[in-house]
Structures are given as C-alpha cells and as structure tokens.
Design a protein. Structure first.
Length: 140
C-alpha cells in the first residue's frame, strides 16, 4: 500500500509524477512499473523464500523511482513488513530440489550488474544469519 502526502499541507494527494513508483525486472529482462489497484496489498518474495522453496517462489529485482521536479514537495509513503526466519534458522533446500532449481542461469542473465547472484552468496547448510552476512558483504 502506498500514499502520497503533500509535505506542506499534510494532505493525502494523487501522485504528481506518473513515472515515480515501484519498478521490477521481469523474467525476460524488461523493466516494468508495478501498479496495484487502490486498497490492494502486494507481497515481495525475497531470496530467503526462494531458497526455502527450492525456487518454487522467485525473488524479483526491484527499485523505487522517486518523485522529481516540483513533485519533490510530495512524499511517497509505504508500509513494508519484512518477514524472515530467526537468525539461526536453517536455509536448507527442500528435499529433491537443487541449487539449479533455486536460481537457474536464465534468471541470472537479467540481473543488474550490481546484483550478486544468489548462488554466489548462499551455500548448502547456511543458516539465515550466515546468508544475511554473506549478502551484506557482497553489497557493501
């Protein structure tokens, strides 16, 4: 869910910038603006779910394009809830699934160059804390 707020008046307003918003990288490499109807809620499936489902669920590269120009007096407000396992919880693949099932080379082809592949950060027998640390290290 998102709303736009006029920072001067505090009133909820329509987005003054039609280009601003959430963008995702599609499975064929297209950059797509993600839109949801009013009152809808979207779920972002992250890499933890991707590993723990053996690739049945797939994380999607995404970014938010901010408001520009005169729209800068308006803020985009969102409410995000991050769901993750406990720090020491296992990040094991389900029985019968492989690393190749979890992230195939075809999906990696469309990742932005700044995004490290899942297979470069996740290793069998890692727990969530170890995976988080490997991910932070890969990007910082």
């Amino acid at each position: 869910m998102k709303i736009y707020v006029d920072n001067v008046t505090g009133e909820i307003v329509e987005s003054p910038d039609p280009v601003a918003g959430l963008y995702i990288k599609s499975r064929n490499g297209d950059l797509v603006k993600a839109t949801l109807p009013d009152g809808a809620i979207g779920f972002q499936i992250g890499e933890t779910a991707q590993v723990q489902t053996g690739g049945v669920l797939q994380a999607t590269p995404h970014a938010v394009k901010g408001l520009t120009g005169t729209a800068s007096r308006v803020s985009r407000e969102t409410f995000a809830v991050f769901m993750e396992p406990e720090y020491h919880s296992s990040m094991a693949l389900p029985e019968g699934r492989t690393l190749e099932d979890t992230q195939c080379a075809g999906a990696e082809e469309w990742l932005p160059s700044s995004v490290r592949t899942l297979r470069s950060r996740w290793k069998p027998k890692m727990n969530f804390g170890e995976f988080s640390e490997a991910t932070f290290a890969a990007f910082h």
